[in-house]
Structure formats: structure tokens, C-alpha cells
Design a protein around this ligand. Sequence first.
Ligand code: 1GP
Length: 247
Amino acid sequence: MSVYEQMLATRSSKGAGYLVLVDPDRWDLDEVEVFIKKINDSGADGIMVGSSLILGEGAQRKMKRIQATATLPLILFPGNVNQLTPYVDAVFYLSVISGRNPQFLIGDQVQAAPVVRELGIEPMATAYMLIESGRVTTAEFVSGSMPIPRDKDEIAVAHALAADYLGFKFIYLEAGSGAQYSVTPQMVKAVTSYTDVPVIVGGGIHTPEVAKALVQAGASFVVTGNVLEDPENSHLMEAFAKAIHNS
Ligand code: 1GP
């Protein structure tokens, strides 16, 4: 089964899925292995790996170790073309449709396409929408694009419909890593009342309660990143998985 099919199966059996984002820059080689094992056992449905900029040394070696340890689908969440790696099962093939920067709409995708084919990883076309979240996030800065205002649900809906008509497999509502405010349940509800394309929501989600509210509003997948980087919070992983499944 492809990763995309597994994700659809998760959505239909559990109502929604939980994805944990791992930023390889934040962990050393041994730490990352321990963290991946915790995710494997947490009830999460997949592991995303990526960062806006991967700066650390030995990134490929780390990716190899992550892949060897992960028992869940492993999906690359690339900040740029240089992060492509054979050590994942699939890649969110992102187009930043909220922006008007041609490099992130289609330029990088053209550069990446032959590499993805050569590496044999599964591309999952994902309409990536940056949503304003209280501060300038790295994703916003790096993509050189303006986010959609957080209270303008109708703008998000129009983008989501365009993504649906263009045939994207996922819509990703992104407040940005470390966002001050996550995407609102109201925006998720508005978007999901116009399209059945699975909606992934991430950025600034710190509690299982917020995750649950987003699922109840219609999110098909919820992503957490930063909050689990504090070892004191690692117990939250199971609580997130429980809150997201069948809410
Ligand atoms: C993935 O950017 C998010 O969409 C992760 O955000 O690190 O704020 O959870 P956090």
C-alpha cells in the first residue's frame, strides 16, 4: 500500500491521524533514535521529517538512522530541494499556493521532479497554505510570501477550492513552526465544508485539546513539532494520539 493509501485508510478508520514532525537539526544521532522509538510506540500514525533549513552535519547519516528506526510511514517535509533523500518512504510534494512566489509554486518542484523519480520515493502533491499566526515564521520568511490573514476564512476557502480543482492530494494549513497562534478551528471548518481533500493542520499546536478541536472542525491530520522537543513533554505524544483519534 502506498503511504497516501495508508493515510486515507487512517482517516477512514480513525477519523483523523496524528503526525509527529522531527527536525533532524534539533537532535544528535543517538538522541534521534530514542525519539523515533518513542514516536513508534505513541499511537501516532506517521513521522514527518524536515526543517526550513537543515544545517547540521551528517544530515544524511541521521536520515538513514531515522529510517532504520521508524516503524511508521516516514514522510519528508522538505524546506528546500537539497533535503531530498532516499531514506524516506514518501515526500509531501509541496507547492506554496498561498504565496505568489514562482520559485515555491513551481520552480523548485521542477528541479525536484527528476530527483524524486531517481530516488524512487512517493510524491504526494500537497497544497501548502501559510496562515498568519501572530509573528513572522521561518516558513513565511524563507518562502518570501505573505500568509493568509488568520481571520479571512473566505480567502483560505478559495485557495482550498483551487487546490481541489487542480488535483492536489492534501491541503496543508500551516501556521508555521513555533507559531504564536495555531490555525483556528473556524478556518478548518470553513475549508472542509467546501472540499473533501484531506486537510492537514500544523504549527503552534501545544495541547491535545487544541488538536481535538481542530479534528472536530474537520482536520484529517494534525501535526505537532516543537512541543515535543522538550523531553518533559514527550508524554504528551500519547495524549495527542488519543485526542485526535475518533474525536
Ligand atoms: C508543522 O510547522 C508545523 O506544520 C510544526 O509546528 O513546531 O509549532 O508544532 P510546531
